[in-house]
Design a protein around this ligand. Structure first.
Ligand SMILES: [Zn+2]
Length: 317
């Protein structure tokens, strides 16, 4: 945008632009405040110039991006939770330098040779480039407080956090590693569901991840599922809803099918707040809602409690 305006003009003089001027901003939007895309990875963040402000969609406050980053992408005024990238989230949770990523190079294969408006292969390449991620989840071992954990974090900016073979396989390997090493598993979900480009192979991941979690549970190890905005469809219908503890971020949209589909199918009026984390907590599906800045301390507490309980249990035989 800056390249189109002569330096001396600063928007006041009518200087002939060197290239085609940007299209006029839609009504109600200033051309000077460009909302950066949030939720991307670090490589994406580098593209955003310094000194930008972001308008909170809930309370319309303008927040300086640096302040927003420091507050883990939570509005300091109304606590609206903006999307956050998987790497930023991992950094906010684990102890410094304690995270070792596993299966970092695993990438999806276009088994079905799927073509819609674009081929699946070209979609994968485009998202890998724009997010700096190989697929929609990062998995690895890290430490939260004193407890080592197997941690998987999804990223919505990669194809809507959709679950294909790679997401399912990486999470399954993570859960199995957790079981082998006697570690708790934490999965932080954000997903639009199964990845349609992989058809049946995506749906198989629901069974695979659930089975791995069953073995993990059999070893009496805790699994904590954290639901973030939005967690829906095939992911919600498999590992995201299987936690010994199911936690959520404030205001997260959580559900299986969209409200319109449910309304059309049941022909019933949906109650207010339907499919929000708060609604589901009040009805017992979600155990607790935890603001992002408090998440690390709360997880450390839960892990401490659950793993001590496990020790006492095995001491009893
Ligand atoms: Zn706000």
């Amino acid at each position: 945008m800056a390249t189109t305006i002569h330096k001396k003009s600063i928007g006041f003089d009518t200087v002939e632009p060197a290239v085609t001027p940007p299209p006029p901003a839609p009504a109600g939007e200033s051309t000077f405040v460009k909302k950066p895309k949030l939720g991307g990875s670090k490589s994406k963040k580098r593209d955003i110039p310094e000194g930008l402000w972001t308008k909170c969609p809930k309370c319309t406050t303008l927040i300086y991006d640096k302040d927003l980053d420091e507050n883990l992408k939570v509005c300091p005024k109304c606590q609206h939770h903006f999307p956050i990238g998987a790497r930023e989230r991992i950094n906010s949770l684990v102890e410094t330098c304690s995270f070792e990523e596993i299966d970092a190079q695993m990438t999806s294969v276009d088994t079905l040779k799927f073509t819609g408006t674009a081929t699946y292969t070209s979609k994968l390449e485009a998202y890998q480039k724009s997010t700096g991620l190989k697929d929609a989840v990062i998995t690895g071992l890290g430490r939260i407080g004193a407890q080592k954990v197997a941690l998987g974090v999804m990223d919505f900016s990669f194809l809507g956090g959709s679950m294909g073979s790679v997401v399912g396989e990486k999470l399954t390997r993570l859960i199995e590693l957790g079981t082998d090493r006697g570690l708790p598993v934490i999965i932080i979900s954000t997903s639009g569901g199964a990845r349609m480009y992989e058809g049946m192979f995506s749906l198989m991941q629901m069974a695979k991840t659930s089975a791995a979690l069953a073995y993990h549970a059999k070893a009496k190890l805790p699994y904590l599922s954290i639901l973030t905005h939005p967690t829906t469809a095939g992911v919600m219908a498999s590992y995201a809803s299987l936690g010994d503890l199911i936690l959520a971020e404030p205001g997260a949209m959580v559900g299986f099918a969209g409200p319109r589909v449910i309304k059309d199918t049941t022909q019933a009026e949906l109650p207010p707040g339907f499919q929000t984390a708060e609604f589901l907590r009040d009805r017992g599906l979600i155990d607790a809602i935890i603001p992002r800045p408090e998440m690390k301390a709360r997880l450390a507490n839960y892990l401490d409690f659950l793993m001590q309980g496990r020790k006492q249990l095995s001491a009893l035989g």
